[in-house]
Design a protein around this ligand. Structure first.
Ligand SMILES: Cc1ncc(C[n+]2csc(CCOP(=O)(O)OP(=O)(O)O)c2C)c(N)n1
Ligand SMILES: [Mg+2]
Length: 803
């Protein structure tokens, strides 16, 4: 091993020794947490444990090169890194194990995430951005292995944008693009498409990211021969290595137990990425898993005796210790004393965390048992309630569920009784449930004043004789205004740049705003969303284009696992104001006409899903979203770009409200609810229905998530007493969701004189061609006949059998 100091600036031996002992302390601290943490699962105090043991040393090196403003996008092994930067304390880790819901005590997720999922706070208490250049940043982890990779790309790209675009206010986000995005991933997870797609895109974009691969040979029980071609990730990735005349990656391979080599490698990698904006891969080999993968099983089941022995010998902490002694940096006695005091520190952190976790439950238990006691004394069912109380008393370490069960069950024994103590128990129970439940549900959407649903409507303004233009002109001119108004807005996707998207909704804008802001990308939906995610986390306002709605499924994992749940899983401590733009509905063929809105609204809770029927409405949605700071998906109508619309004079200003329906035709006989392109079919059918004396009201849902927060549909149903929801999703898809909102949430069932119905497309993907469309999706005749049938059923005299 090399014994030279680790930094390029020469430091004294004393400083060198101090640095090494600081690192040793963190390595031991982290390991001790892992060992004690696993025991907490085995004794039943925690449900699941996954730790960073065996990966300590490279994380210390990464921490040493990590600077203010940098971002981490990593996975569950990185506790040592977090501890080295003082972003995670042993007590925090134990609170995470127990799932303490107090964010002050469990700062990583207020009990929502399993242990080992890390983050830092990007937002102030009032929801505004913190100065991210003054702190070390970690984007919030997710459990899906390799899921951190797409976002890493965007975190790195933000530095490139900030370095190259000078008129953006970067004050809180970047200092001349000098920030590195650091990714970590396990060896086995490098087989995921997300990893390979991100690596390729990072090489193309030449962005400052350093990807560390923690290689312990295994992916749970699966050994190396199943993971990488040639059983070697460096070898597999070697084609990405840059050369004198070609851009690419700088690649390093280093042993995970070699402290000085690690320090040199990380310093080198940091400089290359930071200064040159060249991406780097560090393949860290010969790592181990002293306790096996997680608390779910033991690795003795699948590792040979030889392997287990090898792991013992190559344990990075052990090797680090040996090296410290061999080189005479310090003595055995000093190391022993460090280890002893750390053991004590972790033990007391664990004890304190457990006591703090339990304290509020114990107080609540005391109040509840008193209340039950008092209620029992008055009730005719005294013995049953006393048993409930005694069962609760017997639980020495109660959790919230046990309190809720005891309190709620008591009312079953109090049916028909009425006395003061029962009222007190009722009040206590209601307050307890009302206070407790939100601890698990808050922050799915923004709860701030500027939440998207609070942005007021600004209606389109038209001159006396408005010009009729193609829809695509409206959307294009609106984007033009937006790019002018918001310098931190950028749009990118397949064919988005040079030709200005496949429908010319961005025609000419790349010329005007440059290749950085209106950009083409490769065909790689997942990492397009990743670019947007990472850039949105660093203060930019990205609009990521998915060329056609049908292809959003390639990116759905990143949208659902990362974007949609970010605010929720961070307890509102981070935000990702990403706008996803796509176009869909009503074209032709299995992969170009889909409208899988049910799949999207059910997997993307936490995002807004907007389905404008024309380009003026769509323009208004972008304008609204840019005034707020939440993620959203806008599905433009693919057949609307060439339809004529009146040109408003307030493009860039008009705002379509989110969560509000629009009645586009009033009527008295039946309420028809639809959205997007299908509305044009509905409108045609409604014209034809007029000829047979049926007067239908048409409501445009506009926003699918959330649907009609003002309950305007209910008002319509109160008037018409009939309801039909029409869309081109599969049966039971989005139409069923809308129906359940109207019936269950709005309570419209009370006002119905006919059975409420849905009319959707067939269960299969739509067939190709005009006839394929006609026979796969609801058409004007279907709508006509369904409405007619409803009227016939209620009034057969006036509406005799049609066919
Ligand atoms: C997408 C996905 N598939 C499967 C899993 C289940 N899983 C969790 S960890 C893991 C093994 C990961 O191995 P590796 O990437 O080498 O990381 P290590 O745990 O060895 O550090 C698997 C299969 C998951 N979390 N996410
Ligand atoms: Mg592994």
């Amino acid at each position: 091993m090399d014994l030279s100091p680790q930094t390029s600036n020469d430091i004294s031996f004393d400083d060198f020794k101090k640095q090494i002992l600081e690192d040793y302390k963190i390595a031991v601290l982290s390991r001790t947490c892992s060992l004690m943490g696993r025991k907490e699962v085995l004794t039943g105090k925690a449900k699941f444990g996954i730790f960073g043991d065996g990966k300590e040393l490279p994380q210390l090196a990464m921490a040493r090169s990590f600077k203010n403003g940098d971002f981490r996008s990593g996975y569950y092994r990185d506790q040592t890194f977090m501890m080295a930067l003082d972003l995670l304390k042993p007590k925090d880790l134990f609170h995470a194990l127990y799932a303490t819901t107090d964010i002050e005590k469990e700062p990583m997720s207020a009990g929502r995430q399993m242990v080992g999922h890390f983050l830092t706070y990007s937002l102030n208490e009032d929801g505004s951005w913190r100065d991210l250049t003054q702190q070390k940043n970690s984007s919030a982890d997710i459990s899906c292995t390799a899921g951190q990779m797409p976002r890493l790309l965007g975190l790195a790209q933000a530095s490139k944008i900030y370095r190259n675009l000078k008129n953006i206010d970067a004050s809180k986000f970047s200092k001349n693009g000098n920030e590195v995005a650091w990714g970590t991933i396990g060896n086995a997870s490098t087989s995921e498409g997300m990893f390979l797609e991100t690596v390729n895109a990072g090489g193309v974009l030449q962005v400052p990211m350093v990807i560390s691969i923690w290689d312990d040979d295994y992916g749970i029980s699966v050994p190396p021969e199943y993971h990488a071609t040639k059983e070697d990730i460096s070898e597999m990735l070697s084609g990405f290595q840059r050369s004198d005349d070609q851009e690419g990656y700088e690649m390093f391979k280093v042993k995970g137990w070699d402290y000085t080599a690690l320090m040199h490698t990380y310093e080198n990698a940091s400089d290359i990425a930071r200064e040159e904006h060249v991406p780097v891969v560090i393949h860290v080999t010969e790592l181990t898993q002293p306790q096996g993968h997680s608390s779910s099983g033991s690795h003795e089941r699948y590792k040979s005796q030889e392997r287990l022995q090898w792991e013992k010998e190559h344990d990075c902490n052990k090797k680090f210790r040996e090296w410290i002694l061999e080189t005479g940096i310090t003595t055995e006695e000093e190391l022993k004393s460090i280890e002893k005091s750390i053991s004590k520190e972790v033990r007391s952190a664990k004890k304190e965390a457990w006591a703090e976790y339990l304290a509020p439950h114990k107080t609540l238990k005391k109040t509840l048992t008193n209340l039950l006691d008092k209620v029992a004394a008055k009730s005719q069912n005294k013995s049953f309630i006393t048993k409930l109380k005694n069962d609760l008393i017997a639980i020495e370490e109660p959790i919230k569920k046990e309190l809720a069960v005891s309190a709620r069950k008591a009312f079953r024994f109090l049916l028909g009784e009425d006395f003061q103590e029962k009222k007190e128990l009722l009040e206590w129970t209601n307050t307890f449930l009302a206070d407790t439940q939100p601890m698990y549900s808050k922050n799915l959407y923004s709860e701030r004043p500027n939440r998207a649903t609070n942005i007021p409507e600004v209606k389109p303004v038209y001159p006396e004789n408005p010009e009729k233009v193609d829809g695509r002109i409206i959307i294009r001119d609106n984007f033009d205004k937006l790019f002018e108004k918001y310098p931190n807005t950028l749009i990118f996707g397949e064919d988005t740049g040079a030709i200005g998207d496949v429908n010319q909704g961005l025609e000419g804008l790349q010329k005007k705003y440059g290749k950085m802001r209106v950009a083409d990308t490769g065909i790689r939906e997942t990492s397009i969303i990743g670019q947007g995610t990472g850039m949105a986390l660093r203060g930019l306002r990205p609009i990521a284009e998915i060329q056609y709605l049908d292809y959003i499924f390639y990116a759905l994992a990143t949208l659902t696992d990362d974007v949609a749940c970010l605010r929720y899983r961070t307890f509102g401590k981070q935000k990702v104001p990403l706008i996803v733009r796509t176009r869909g509905h009503r074209l032709e063929g299995i992969w170009h006409s889909g409208s899988p809105m049910g799949a999207l609204i059910h997997s993307l809770r936490g995002m807004y899903i907007l389905s404008p029927r024309n380009m003026t409405q769509a323009a208004g949605f972008y304008n609204t979203l840019l005034k707020s700071d939440e993620p959203a998906l806008v599905v433009e109508s693919l057949n609307g770009y060439r339809l004529k619309e009146d040109r408003p004079t307030n493009l860039g200003e008009l705002c379509t409200p989110i969560g509000v329906v629009e009645t586009i035709k009033e009527g008295r006989d039946i309420t028809l609810v639809s959205y997007g392109s299908t509305l044009r079919i509905v409108a045609q059918a409604v014209d034809e229905l007029k000829e047979v004396g049926i007067d239908a009201e048409i409501i445009d849902a506009q926003t699918l998530l959330p649907f009609d927060i003002r309950h305007d549909t209910l008002k319509s149903v109160k008037k018409t007493n009939r309801l039909l929801v029409i869309d081109e999703d599969v049966p039971g898809g989005c139409s069923a969701y809308i129906l359940s909102e109207i019936l269950e949430i709005q309570g419209a069932y009370q006002f119905l004189d006919s059975a409420p119905q849905t009319l959707s497309a067939k269960a299969h993907r739509p067939a190709y061609g005009t006839d394929g469309d006609y026979f796969s999706k609801p058409n004007a005749e279907d709508v006509f006949e369904r409405v007619y049938a409803i009227m016939h059923e209620s009034d057969p005299e006036n509406f005799p059998q049609l066919r």
